[in-house]
Ligand binder design. Structure first.
Ligand SMILES: C[S@@+](CC[C@H](N)C(=O)[O-])C[C@H]1O[C@@H](n2cnc3c(N)ncnc32)[C@H](O)[C@@H]1O
Length: 264
């Protein structure tokens, strides 16, 4: 199976991503990555692993019609939604590890909440370094490590208790790039240097704790390895462990992330 085949999701899943996850989690980070990289009118901007395009759209709003924005993702359904929402921008299927662009062709390269999913992260960062101009900027957002995630670490502890440490490890992809020192080493290995790096205290907003648990468990390989009873116990324990962040019928759980600007 090629990387492109592995990453396909249905159009319904991509629409749900745009309707639920972009407002609930991802929209908050787009102005931060755009600001960190100093996107300004006239520039050429590339958004790698753009999903349905929230960072690309935010950059395009700052460009105000002067400059170009290209969004790339492995997933054709994500790009279909991106095209529907912003038909005026360019959307192209591409693997972050093999970008189909000439050297030094973008002033700014953005990659928001994508790096964790790449098989070879240094290769992907090297590709981003290759396509950015010599005085251009590369922006990254990744979730912080699990130790810095008060809500998600409670869920991980419950899962480790109910499904064993191997079960909890299956939830770990999301947090796997969130150590600032390791991330800096990865960027350096790709020929990039950190210009600015800070941790932002973001929020994951869901209708309920059950919805957060559903997203994390059913969206991970753990789901196919646990019984319905184990899933039920995880749900019940999470309701009380994460209840402090649920108010007026909504859950606003802390989700910390690193915002990085790098240069060559
Ligand atoms: C959590 S989403 C983030 C999307 C978007 N940047 C945002 O902030 O909403 C991760 C995205 O990475 C994409 N992805 C995973 N591996 C990829 C790869 N090797 N090359 C390009 N995109 C990839 C997925 O298809 C998905 O759209």
């Amino acid at each position: 199976m090629t990387a492109i085949e592995k990453f396909q999701v249905s159009l319904e899943a991509a629409e749900a991503y745009e309707d639920l996850f972009v407002p609930g989690i991802f929209a908050e980070w787009a102005p931060l990555i755009v600001e960190a990289t100093g996107v300004s009118p006239g520039q050429a901007v590339l958004d790698v692993a753009c999903g349905t395009g929230i960072a690309a759209r935010t950059a395009a709003d700052v460009l105000g019609g002067s400059g170009t924005v290209v969004g790339t993702d492995l997933n054709e359904s994500m790009l279909t939604v991106a095209r529907r929402v912003r038909p005026d921008l360019t959307w192209q299927q591409a693997d972050a590890q093999h970008l189909p662009y000439p050297d030094r062709s973008f002033d700014v390269v953005l990659c928001q909440m994508g790096l964790m999913f790449f098989d070879d992260r240094v290769a992907a960062l090297s590709e981003m370094a290759r396509v950015v101009t010599s005085d251009g900027k590369m922006g990254l957002v990744v979730p912080s490590k699990i130790e810095n995630q008060p809500a998600y670490s409670r869920l991980t502890e419950i899962v480790a208790d109910e499904a064993g440490p191997e079960g909890a490890a299956l939830l770990s992809t999301y947090w796997s790039c969130g150590d600032a020192d390791e991330l800096t080493s990865m960027l350096n290995a790709a020929g990039l240097r950190v210009v600015t790096l800070y941790e932002h205290p973001g929020t994951a907003s869901f209708a309920s704790v059950d919805d957060l648990v559903k997203t994390e468990i059913e969206g991970s390989p753990l789901y196919s390895r646990i019984t319905e009873q184990t899933y039920q116990r995880i749900r019940e324990r999470a309701r009380s462990a994460l209840g402090e962040w649920e108010t007026n019928g909504r859950l606003d759980a802390p989700l910390r992330g690193l915002v990085v600007c790098a240069g060559r």
